[in-house]
Structure formats: C-alpha cells, structure tokens
Design a protein around this ligand. Structure first.
Ligand code: PEP
Ligand code: MN
Length: 264
C-alpha cells in the first residue's frame, strides 16, 4: 500500500491544525520529554512562535538505559494536550507499548513510533487498527525497504494515515554525530512511496550546533517538514539536552527554513 505504483499522487495527512504532505511544510517542535505542566506550556508558546503547528513531547520515553528518566506517563499526556490546545496546535507523542495505545489515543493527534520500535510488529498492528495518524521513525539500523515493510503492518490493518521520519542511522563514528543523517533517504522514499516524509534533525545529529544544517539539508532535499527538539535550559533537560535547540536558535532556524522554502 506504500507504493507509488498503486497510488501515484502524494498522500496528505490532515490534522485539526496542520496538513502534512504534498506542498505543505510542517514544523513539529517541542522538548524531548514532557517535563512539567509549566515547562511544556512555555515550550509550546516558543514552538508556535517559530511556526510549528504540531507540539512534540514524550510522556513514555524509550531510554537506552532503564535507570534514566522514563517519562511522566498519563500526567505528561495531559500536560502536553493542554499546552497544545492553549496554543491551537496538534500533538505528536510516542507510544511505546501496544497496551498503551488506547490511552495515548485519547490525548494525541499523531502516534509516534520510535526508532527502537520500528519493527515491533504487535505495536504496529495495534496502531494500524486505530484511526489516528501514525508517524513511523526509521529504525537505527533499518534499510529503506525495512521501513516501508514496517509501514505495511500499519496500513494492512486499515490505517493509511502514515508519515515517515528519517532520523539518522547507526554510525561507526559516534564521536562527532550521534547518527548518520541519511538525507538521500528523503528523495528515495518520495520516489518509492506516496506517504509524506519528514526529517528529525535532532536525533539524526545529536548535537545542537549541527541541528540547523541538517534541518536545512532535509528541507532542501524536499522533506514535508521537520520534527525538532527545543529546550530553554538544555543543560537541565531530563533527556536529549545536548541536541535541544535553545529558543533563539530555533526561531532563527525557522526563519531560514522559510527563506529556503521560498527558493524551492
Ligand atoms: C524521540 O523522538 O525523543 C526519540 C526517542 O526518537 P527516536 O525514536 O528517533 O530515537
Ligand atoms: Mn529525544
């Protein structure tokens, strides 16, 4: 169902406040994790100032170590929803476990499947049975075909509101970048599939000073949008602080993306 051969026109995913795909460019921004009610509200205001129409924030966090912050759970979902509603934004948040799908579905406009769960087939089937759009992240060591096959586990269960996210793949050189940003995946995916493709420059590169260049590259490659992490005090962030853009840098980047889009 992902193939352009059967569905030549670009698909779009319509949310209450955003359209993702075709010629639209959607900014999704917010902290890695929902940290508190007050914090997510402030981050939502900044995200919106930069033109984001979708607020991101994890309430269930897929941390590499079980001993680090795991997320606020339902409380986090509540804060996230409220902050988005107050700012006229949509919500994207990660669902990590199939048993959480009904709960997360109550609060979110887009269910994010994280890189670590790209081939969690029972989770993919569960979100495929809902009517909520799904943003599927490319796994850390997944090929393009692996990603497209994973999308079939969602689509074959009835849900074809799918967004694909390039977020970087495992690299042998972790010293200077967290992952290798596969920018060519954007046009390759667009050739193969009608689903909207967005990029996540934050997880792709892992360091704040590299996020804007990766975002511009993704934009120039034709992505339908970006999902980016922001934080007002990254040194205090409960997760992914080193890659969070500070508000001013985010706002500058958003302006440059808009200028870049004008040339395309
Ligand atoms: C995230 O979006 O915060 C996240 C954990 O991303 P990924 O699944 O791409 O690592
Ligand atoms: Mn993160």
């Amino acid at each position: 169902q992902a193939s352009r051969n059967f569905h030549p026109a670009d698909s779009t995913v319509q949310l209450p406040h955003s359209k993702i795909g075709a010629n639209a460019f959607t900014i999704m921004a917010g902290p890695c994790s929902v940290e508190s009610e007050d914090h997510i509200r402030r981050m939502a205001e900044i995200a919106r100032l930069g033109g984001a129409s979708v607020l991101r924030g994890g309430a269930f966090k897929p941390r590499t170590s079980p001993y680090t912050f795991q997320g606020l759970g339902e409380k986090g979902l509540r804060y996230l929803r409220k902050a988005a509603d107050e700012n006229g934004m949509d919500v994207i948040t990660e669902v990590m476990d199939e048993t959480h799908v009904p709960l997360v579905a109550e609060y979110t406009d887009v269910m994010q499947i994280g890189a670590r769960n790209m081939q969690n087939f029972s989770l993919l089937k569960a979100v495929g049975k809902t009517a909520i759009p799904v943003a599927l992240k490319r796994g850390m060591a997944a090929s393009i075909d692996d990603l497209l096959n994973a999308s079939e586990y969602i689509a074959s269960n009835g849900n074809t509101d799918i967004i694909l996210i390039e977020r970087g793949i495992r690299t042998f050189d972790h010293k200077y970048t967290r992952n290798t940003f596969d920018v060519a995946a954007v046009p390759v995916l667009q050739k193969l599939t009608h689903y909207p493709v967005i990029v996540d420059p934050s997880h792709a590169v892992g360091f704040r000073d590299l996020v804007a260049p990766a975002a511009y590259a993704g934009t120039a490659a034709g992505a339908s949008g970006i999902i980016v992490e922001i934080h007002d005090r990254p040194e205090k962030a409960v997760s992914d602080g080193p890659q969070a853009l500070k508000p001013d840098d985010y706002l500058t980047m958003a302006k440059c993306i808009a200028a870049l889009r004008k040339c395309m």
